[in-house]
Design a protein around this ligand. Structure first.
Ligand code: CP
Length: 306
């Protein structure tokens, strides 16, 4: 693996290797992550052209725990605001001896463009591109599911909400189907579920109660207001009434079902606070596991080089 751009096309063996490697960075109490010298002498550049709390910070922590040097480009204050192109920015940072670019961009495909452009010894990790892919989120979601449920083969997983605008949903679907989940469902209003879902091997539901019935895992998605035009955008109250996950609705899933969410959460829009703060939510564990998973990804793409 030279770059990580998508979970699509990754083999079961590679996905499992990443999850197993992440497991080696997690200690027995599941929270502490060891510091290791695997990327000593390497430079990681975080390039977040879109805002982020979890992904940017956990990539920085992960790089530091791998003993790399980390640089966070402040995009708003960078010369991108003066019109410097993406690839000119990359060339200039490459001239500062970058080894890994971690890239988030609102344009789907931007990390691919960079990966095609950089020298062969430079690695690109997609930290979310448009509505296309968010592979490290997909991988940390798989790590979390495996942690709580052990085996994918018996699992019924529902991905609920604004699937249309969700790069997380696509990355999760590719990973879940490759890892052999028994059933993957997407659940959402007709306007927010894209038409290609059935061809991705998932079952589509437009009713929340039916969609989460007897599920082992429920992955809630944020309503991505920033990617919607007025016509698509439902009111928050309307949306919560039909698709908000409440404690009562959660009773329809298996009693030991886990509730996940990539964050940021809109409490009272796609999910009730009582569920976010309740015993079945593993949302903050996802964040913690994200450190180990990002350590695994960066060590696999760049760790074997002199
Ligand atoms: N899950 C996720 O990508 O969160 P951030 O946008 O805060 O990085």
């Amino acid at each position: 693996l030279i770059h990580l751009l998508s979970t699509e096309g990754l083999s079961k063996d590679i996905l499992t290797q990443i999850l197993d490697t992440a497991g080696n960075f997690v200690s027995v109490n599941d929270r502490e992550v060891k510091k290791v010298p695997l990327l000593r002498g390497k430079s990681v550049f975080n390039l977040f052209f879109e805002n982020s709390t979890r992904t940017r910070t956990t990539f920085e922590i992960a790089a530091k725990r791998l003993s790399a040097d980390v640089f966070n480009l402040d995009i708003a204050r960078s010369s991108a605001s003066k019109g410097e192109t993406l690839l000119d920015t990359i060339d200039n940072l490459s001239a500062m001896a970058a080894d890994i670019f971690v890239v988030r961009h609102s344009e789907s495909g931007a990390p691919y463009l960079i990966a095609k452009h950089v020298a062969p010894h430079v690695h690109v990790v997609n930290a979310g591109d448009g509505r296309h892919a968010h592979p490290t989120q997909g991988l940390l979601d798989m790590y979390t599911i495996r942690h709580y449920k052990k085996d994918f083969s018996n699992l019924r997983v529902a991905i609920v909400g604004d699937v249309l605008h969700s790069r997380v949903a696509r990355s999760d679907i590719h990973a879940l189907t490759t890892l052999g989940a028994a059933e993957v469902r997407v659940v959402g209003p007709r306007t927010l579920v894209p038409s290609d879902m059935a061809s991705m091997g998932v079952r589509v539901f437009h009713n929340l109660e039916e969609g989460i019935k007897d599920c082992d895992v429920i992955i809630m998605l944020r309503l991505q207001n920033e990617r919607m035009s007025g016509a698509l955008l439902p009111s928050s109250q309307e949306y919560f009434k039909s698709f908000g996950l409440t404690e009562k609705r959660l009773e329809l899933a298996k009693p030991d079902a886990i509730v996940m969410h990539p964050g940021p959460i809109n409490r009272g829009v796609e999910i009730d606070s009582a569920v976010v703060d309740g015993p079945q939510a593993v949302i903050l564990s996802q964040v913690t596991f994200g450190i180990a998973v990002r350590m695994a990804v960066m060590s696999i793409v760049a760790g074997n080089e002199a």
